[in-house]
Design a binder for this molecule. Structure first.
Ligand code: IP8
Length: 271
């Protein structure tokens, strides 16, 4: 297998996070155009996308990240009466977002294989159960997977974040040389909150001992925002894989980062 780059499309980047199930089609198209160029450079790409407003809003309301919650009376929604229905609806919505992403590839003549985690993975965190190496060694140009609601041994179900999936993919596929997180609205990890940060507040190299500003939409997100990316990134860096967080709205930075060229962003080191 050729050298592999794992790219995480942040859910906040490819959807409008505050509006239920609203994709950012132009952004998706721009990202896909860059991946097309990367494939043409001879690299194989695995895309892992986040959930954004196709997952977090409903998962948050129904507390799906906590598994089955016995001691709380949820107020029913028009289209959803209980946690089990919420699990099916979020899975369905994630399949919809995934087909939007895959369609953008197909339109450019790029073949994809989609691997929805609820069909092959169990439990949450980067040690989830699920075979990666054979499944992700498919012949298609791009393999696509995403954060999802998966079955769990404890609590019946839970949220497997795309940030956990990338760690396992990097660990289990020996040809992976690089992991790139494409995020929305920031150039990487910042030392100050984004609303007050200037260009100088970008942390160019981050390791777990460096303090940073970990702003996180806890009102919207059921998974861990920039902190989860930073920590998972450090785990991947410890495997000898290059890890970079870049602004996903700057196509040239994504291109350079995927090819291992230096670009504006945060390089994550394990120590
Ligand atoms: O956005 C979350 O995945 P992430 C998945 O990659 C759901 O953390 C369904 C909320």
């Amino acid at each position: 297998m050729a050298e592999v780059v794992v790219v995480k499309f942040g859910g906040g980047l490819i959807t409008n996070k505050s509006k239920l199930c609203t994709p950012m089609l132009e952004t998706i198209d721009n990202l896909v155009e860059v991946i097309d160029r990367i494939i043409n450079c001879g690299l194989k790409v695995i895309v892992v996308h986040g959930a954004g407003s196709f997952g977090h809003l409903r998962a948050k309301y129904w507390r799906l990240n906590e598994g089955m919650v016995e001691d709380h009376k949820f107020a029913p929604q028009i289209d959803c009466q209980n946690q089990y229905q919420a699990v099916s609806l979020v899975r369905k919505d994630m399949l919809t977002l995934n087909s939007i992403v895959c369609d953008a590839f197909t339109k450019r003549g790029i073949s994809t294989r989609s691997l929805p985690p609820h069909q092959w993975a169990k439990n949450t965190g980067s040690n989830f159960s699920g075979e990666i190496s054979t499944r992700f060694a498919a012949a298609e140009d791009v393999i696509v997977t995403f954060g999802d609601v998966v079955d769990c041994d404890i609590g019946e179900f839970g949220i497997l974040s795309g940030d956990d999936l990338v760690v396992r993919i990097c660990r289990d596929i020996p040809q992976v040389s690089r992991l790139v997180f494409a995020v929305k609205g920031v150039d990487g990890i910042l030392s100050k909150p984004p609303n007050v940060a200037t260009d100088e507040d970008l942390i160019h190299e981050w390791s777990p001992s460096v303090s940073y500003s970990g702003v996180h939409d806890t009102d919207i997100d059921v998974t861990g925002g920039i902190a989860l990316k930073a920590n998972r990134g450090a785990e991947v860096a410890s495997m000898g894989i290059e890890v970079v967080i870049i602004n996903g709205e700057k196509p040239e930075r994504l291109f350079d980062a995927c090819l291992g060229k230096s670009t504006r962003g945060t390089r994550i080191l394990d120590k």
